[in-house]
Write a protein that binds this ligand. Structure first.
Ligand SMILES: [Zn+2]
Length: 150
């Protein structure tokens, strides 16, 4: 079991025919992005048709799990009662390395909310919310120049 940052009472994501492959990869702790097999354009959230070329064929490209904060907000209100002792927490939009510009909305964890900045390097950490559900969160990472070659 992975570390836990959020309570069991968090609203569960609803997988659709388009997103089930993404959630299956997440359950295996693999961060993926949907890539059009006709033109190579990536997209997130997953969808049935490429927004660039209208092809309905796609594949899941595995990402390294690193990126940087595109934007963020600090949440100071407990929108469900069990979040009362978890606030403040940080919601981030992550520019994912290798994702062709696709971004993912997630949370910054293992960091003081006051230290988040636009452009902050982050890396994925997984939170198992149940036997078949893992949610990607992100923690501060070394700057890309300091990272080992992957
Ligand atoms: Zn396409």
């Amino acid at each position: 079991m992975t570390p836990r940052w959020f309570p069991d009472e968090m609203p569960m994501p609803a997988a659709s025919a388009e997103t089930v492959g993404w959630w299956e990869a997440a359950a295996d702790h693999r961060l993926v992005v949907q890539r059009c097999t006709a033109c190579g354009t990536t997209r997130h959230p997953p969808g049935p048709v490429c927004p660039r070329c209208r092809s309905a064929t796609s594949e899941w490209a595995t990402l390294p799990g690193t990126g940087h904060v595109y934007t963020y907000t600090v949440v100071r209100q407990a929108f469900i009662p069990s979040l009362r002792d978890r606030i403040p927490y940080v919601v981030i939009a992550v520019d994912l390395d290798g994702a062709g510009g696709a971004r993912l909305v997630s949370n910054l964890v293992d960091a003081d909310p006051g230290e988040v900045t636009v452009g902050m390097p982050v890396e994925v950490v997984w939170e198992d919310m149940g036997p078949e559900l893992a949610v990607p969160r992100f923690r501060p990472a070394p700057a890309p120049a300091d990272r080992e070659t992957r």
